[in-house]
Design a protein around this ligand. Structure first.
Ligand code: ATP
Ligand code: MG
Length: 171
């Protein structure tokens, strides 16, 4: 059971192919989920255009801030493997007195690669995924220190499939 506050900024953390977007679709309403792919598409007409990432994340953080200001649970569907990117999420959450929460989807690199290879909309090579996996290993231990108030780590596809979200009342 994953306990999260009724009002939270939820950062999904995981390598490509770990199942973040699938998890987001399963557990949250579409409008609650801000995905970096979607914002890249809005900015650049191409969800994979990495050169649009900076603007895409600016826009994503802006919308996240507006949602949190209105008291709406917000989920960030991005790999969130870089410390500086996560720091922005913690900053936006704090700015609105909202708790930042991390849900880590930790799947074996080989499984993520198998899934990624099968996708028409992903064309990076294995070394890129390997680097993500190293970044993930490095990230997991530091999330709490970075300000995430709860860190839920789902290890393996079974744990991810079995996860249920339970909302904690704030008052
Ligand atoms: P990215 O960071 O590249 O956006 P992601 O973490 O969002 O990746 P998904 O798009 O959710 O990953 O999943 C990657 C692929 O794996 C998809 O084709 C999806 O259908 C498949 N997949 C996700 N979860 C499962 C699962 N539990 N069982 C089987 N296939 C899955
Ligand atoms: Mg995705």
């Amino acid at each position: 059971m994953i306990d999260i506050p009724e009002l939270a900024l939820v950062a999904l953390v995981g390598i490509s192919g770990s199942g973040k977007s699938t998890f987001a679709r399963t557990h949250f309403r579409p409008t609650q989920v801000l995905s970096s792919d979607y914002f890249r598409g809005l900015i650049a007409d191409d969800e994979n255009d990495q050169s649009a990432s900076a603007d895409a994340f600016d826009a994503l953080h802006y919308v996240a801030g507006k949602r949190l200001a209105a008291g709406r649970l917000t989920v960030v569907d991005a790999t969130n493997l870089q410390k500086h990117g996560r720091a922005e999420l913690v900053r936006v959450a704090r700015e609105h007195d909202v708790l930042p929460v991390a849900i880590v989807l930790d799947v074996p690199e080989a499984l993520a690669w198998e899934r990624t290879e099968a996708r028409a909309d992903r064309d990076f090579g294995r070394p890129v995924l390997a680097r993500m996996h190293r970044d993930l290993r490095r990230s997991v231990g530091s999330l709490a220190r970075e300000g995430f108030r709860k860190v839920h780590v789902l290890r393996g596809p079974e744990a991810i499939a079995a996860a249920e979200i339970r909302y904690e009342r704030l008052f």
